[in-house]
Design a protein around this ligand. Structure first.
Ligand SMILES: *Cc1c(COP(=O)(O)O)cnc(C)c1O
Length: 366
């Protein structure tokens, strides 16, 4: 049996060792690490909401009104009115009948997918889907079929030969590439074959759509989706995860989603901050922040706030990231298994909190 130290040195020899960097102050667009203030191009706080006064005030008020913790599972005694208001808000934004919230996006995937399909069913998953979707698919026990990234022909072939309840799982904006799924075509296929569609909007919420609800809202496709997943921890600046669906599916999840049933409800302050963020998204200020983000995306000639710079080798990506760090920019190197082998990269994330000057400075450094 290999020891932990052998495993660690093996990772290190492959350029795959990861370690934590202690952050003493995160104030977008800056971040302080080891007493150095860096420009942060690594967070998913696309609108800078994690430091917004409206969110801080809502969370503070909830701390006073509800205390620091929910103390039990929602099914035991912790189903605070705050979660119900938050879920109504999410459902409304998603044009769905109902929604359910979880401690985070990971717990949402792990809890919901195995409750939706089981061993007699089929999951059809995009090759570049997020780790939590892959883990959830494996946990479900359903037959797992994977199609090459955004490959509609292969998706249709798999739909043609699937058994049982069939769940297509993909992302609207892919987390490490920043590109989109061909949602309208996927909806056409799912309807043709009577499959269910599960869309993870983690990186599109706050960014796309007239009210910042995501790609499905932008394309007016929300009513065609069976499951709209999101995180409250990225552009919404809080923490938590959500799934919007029909009332019946949500009622079933309340009975079957193990990460919901067997887990203490999220901190009330976290739900309050998320609710404030959702209110902000549809306000004129939300509109303005999204426009500012779009301007920043345009000045990078990118198609989303996620800008990958693919370098190939792990060591190359690590060296580039280190080099930028020395110049005052935090841009992470992303390696296997987060991305496929041989596609190590810098992952730049843009935010409405960045100024044009800061973006130009990064471009110059790159
Ligand atoms: C970050 C992420 C998640 C997980 O959400 P958390 O709230 O951070 O747990 C799920 N899906 C995608 C695509 C993500 O990027």
């Amino acid at each position: 049996m290999t020891s932990p130290s052998e495993e660690l040195s093996h990772l290190s020899s492959k350029g795959l060792l990861r370690s934590l960097r202690e952050v003493s102050s995160p104030h977008p667009p800056f971040i302080t690490i080891a007493d150095r203030e860096l420009l942060n191009f690594s967070s998913n706080d696309y609108l800078g909401l994690s430091q917004h006064p409206a969110l801080i005030e809502a969370a503070t008020r909830a701390l006073h009104d509800y205390g620091t913790g929910a103390t039990a599972s929602r099914l035991v005694c912790g189903s605070l009115d705050l979660y119900h208001r938050l879920e109504e808000k999410i459902a409304h934004g998603k044009k769905a009948e109902a929604a359910l919230t979880f401690a985070n996006g990971y717990a949402t995937a792990i809890g919901t997918i195995p409750a939706l399909v089981g061993k007699d069913d089929t999951i059809i998953l995009d090759k570049l889907a997020h780790a939590c979707l892959i883990d959830a698919a494996k946990l479900s026990g359903a037959t797992l079929r994977v199609f090459p990234h955004n490959d509609l022909n292969k998706l249709e072939k798999l739909l043609n030969s699937s058994k049982g309840r069939t769940l297509i799982i993909t992302e609207s904006v892919f987390s490490m590439d920043g590109d989109r799924c061909p949602l309208a075509d996927i909806v056409t296929l799912k309807e043709k074959y009577g499959a269910l569609l599960f869309l993870d909007e983690a990186h599109a919420v706050g960014v796309l759509g007239p009210n910042g609800q995501g790609l499905a809202e932008e394309l007016s496709l929300q009513p065609h989706l069976d499951f709209q997943m999101g995180t409250l921890g990225k552009a919404l600046g809080s923490a938590g995860g959500s799934l919007a669906a029909s009332r019946e599916w949500i009622d079933l999840l309340i009975n079957k989603a193990r990460s919901f049933i067997y887990s203490t409800a999220p901190a009330p302050s976290q739900a309050a901050a998320a609710l404030a963020a959702l209110n902000l998204l549809e306000s004129p200020e939300g509109q303005k922040l999204r426009q500012k983000l779009q301007d920043n995306i345009a000045s990078f000639k990118a198609s989303s706030p996620i800008v990958p710079v693919i370098l190939g080798e792990n060591e190359t990506a690590l060296a580039a990231s280190q080099n930028l760090l020395e110049k005052g920019f935090l841009v992470p190197a992303i390696r296997y298994p987060t991305v496929p082998r041989g596609t190590a990269r810098l992952r730049i994330t843009l935010s409405a909190a960045h100024s044009q000057e800061q973006i130009k400075a990064l471009q110059k450094a790159l």
